[in-house]
Design a binder for this molecule. Structure first.
Ligand code: MD3
Ligand code: FE
Length: 219
């Protein structure tokens, strides 16, 4: 087994060329996860065997078009009673699967490269998009502490990520996120409104889904 710290060598990542600020506090690390993408996908499928992807229902009663699951000591969920983090998977009654070492290592290193030292995520929300899936503009504010950043990893099909400002109004900015791209959102960008445009299907070597991992310090 390749040790995860050798798959994501911070010193080989060409920061000047592939790190791009999206707004103050938000950094796109183009292709940062590419060297370890196969290992990440293998671990993702292992997690999903224990905690399957499922389409959750919002408090308003709508079924989400994105299928989700979690790993780590806390998992984000929604149902008719609200949004929250929970230590147990409501589908199985068991704790969420442990966060794989590959996941944790990637998240810590990406945060470090983006300027957030000692990121210690206790939750990874895993999103699975199929053609037609979308995520409407929202803020991530169920975490206890907004000082920690959120690290997002895109795998599989490309998608158009949308982000606005501190309010829902106004025309969101758009950026394509590709297999292996990582975005770190912290500081003044932490409560930015964001979402994902409707995924377009395409026959692709990347498969039939887009996956997004978001690492959070939720406790
Ligand atoms: C900006 N996921 O899971 S990742 C989510 O691609 C979520 O699946 C999207 O939004 C996805 O909550 C977007 C990029 C992202 C994640 C968290 C953020 C951007 C963010 C938190 C604050 C600001
Ligand atoms: Fe979000």
């Amino acid at each position: 087994m390749t040790p995860p710290e050798t798959i994501f060598p911070t010193d080989l990542f060409e920061e000047g060329r592939r790190a791009m600020p999206l707004q103050p506090g938000a950094m796109l690390l183009g292709g940062f996860a590419s060297p370890g993408a196969d290992a990440l996908l293998a671990d993702l499928h292992r997690v999903a065997e224990v905690a399957p992807f499922r389409k959750m229902v919002t408090p308003g009663g709508w079924q989400m078009s994105v299928a989700m699951t979690n790993c780590g000591s806390l998992g984000w969920m929604t149902d008719r009673t609200g949004y929250r983090y929970d230590a147990l998977d409501p589908w199985t009654g068991n704790p969420w699967p442990e966060m794989p070492e590959t996941f944790r290592c990637l998240a810590e290193r990406a945060a470090e490269v983006a300027g957030y030292a000692r990121f210690d995520p206790d939750s990874c929300l895993m999103n699975r998009y199929e053609p037609g899936s979308r995520l409407s503009l929202h803020q991530d504010r169920n975490e206890r502490d907004f000082d920690a950043p959120i690290v997002s990893v895109s795998l599989g099909l490309a998608a158009t990520f949308l982000w606005g400002g501190a309010t829902r109004s106004g025309k969101p900015m758009r950026v394509r996120l590709f297999h292996g791209d990582v975005v770190v959102w912290g500081g003044p960008a932490r409560l930015t409104f964001h979402g994902v445009d409707t995924l377009r299907g395409s026959v692709s070597l990347a498969g039939e889904f887009r996956y997004n991992l978001t690492f959070r310090a939720a406790r």
